[in-house]
Design a protein around this ligand. Sequence first.
Ligand SMILES: Cc1cc2nc3c(=O)[nH]c(=O)nc-3n(C[C@H](O)[C@H](O)[C@H](O)COP(=O)(O)OP(=O)(O)OC[C@H]3O[C@@H](n4cnc5c(N)ncnc54)[C@H](O)[C@@H]3O)c2cc1C
Length: 249
Amino acid sequence: MDGPLYVSDQRTLNPFSQRFIEAAVQAGMKINHDFNGEHQEGVGLYQVTQYMGERWNTARAYLHRGNAADKSHSGRRPGLAVMTGTVALRVEFEGKRATGVRIVRDGVERSLRARREVILSAGAFNSPQLLMASGVGPGAHLREFGIPVVHDLFGVGENLQDYIDVTIRKEVPSADLYGYSQRNIMRMIPELMRYRRDRSGMFSSNVVEAGGFMRTSPDLPEPDLQFAFILALLGNRGKDRDKKMPPGL
Ligand SMILES: Cc1cc2nc3c(=O)[nH]c(=O)nc-3n(C[C@H](O)[C@H](O)[C@H](O)COP(=O)(O)OP(=O)(O)OC[C@H]3O[C@@H](n4cnc5c(N)ncnc54)[C@H](O)[C@@H]3O)c2cc1C
């Protein structure tokens, strides 16, 4: 593995994660030692976005330190300017070649010209939205909104998929799990010391250490079901939202 955005194996394995894997194997699933490898199917331990037991992220990787192994790297990357409070309105084109970005900042619009390339990375919703606002997308649909068509491309803005999330909860009175009982809190004190000492133990866990992927039908080419074994009682993520609404809604 190389590159500044670190993906690591977990440093400490919770006994319940181990038991989950054993139970899944007993139920007929295969162990997968690397979900990011050739095959996703099976049960095993997730890798985490961590460096030496600490949560890692793109800001730490690319803005603050460049490369964690290079302690002399003091921070700023040459050639990088981060403009906060700025909204991209559209990508600008000359013919079919992207040449810059139209932005608005403090209520003032201006164009930024690209010397080499424009990378559009605005997330699942805004990437297609920006493409369409720039004239790249289904032509007839863009014309409905008066957007000049740069490239008539079917599929942009289509196929957003959501997933169903089913939570099965079981209360287990064990201090190896994460909870708010007096026993759990007492357990956390030495765990906190351990984490401070060598970035291991319960505080280095992502709390979803183990899981798996399976196919609901052998005819499917890829797994379509994912398990996440969580070491704490998970809230139900707003699934009882409707109950708070007045009757009839
Ligand atoms: C609740 C939740 C939990 C998740 N948990 C995990 C996890 O545990 N592990 C994992 O690997 N992934 C997880 N993911 C998925 C992960 O967060 C995404 O896959 C990842 O963030 C996508 O990165 P991105 O850079 O493509 O887009 P984003 O992270 O969405 O970044 C897009 C950026 O573009 C900016 N932007 C959008 N439009 C404009 C505009 N017009 N002008 C200027 N800026 C704009 C947005 O403000 C945003 O900062 C989770 C996602 C969610 C929602």
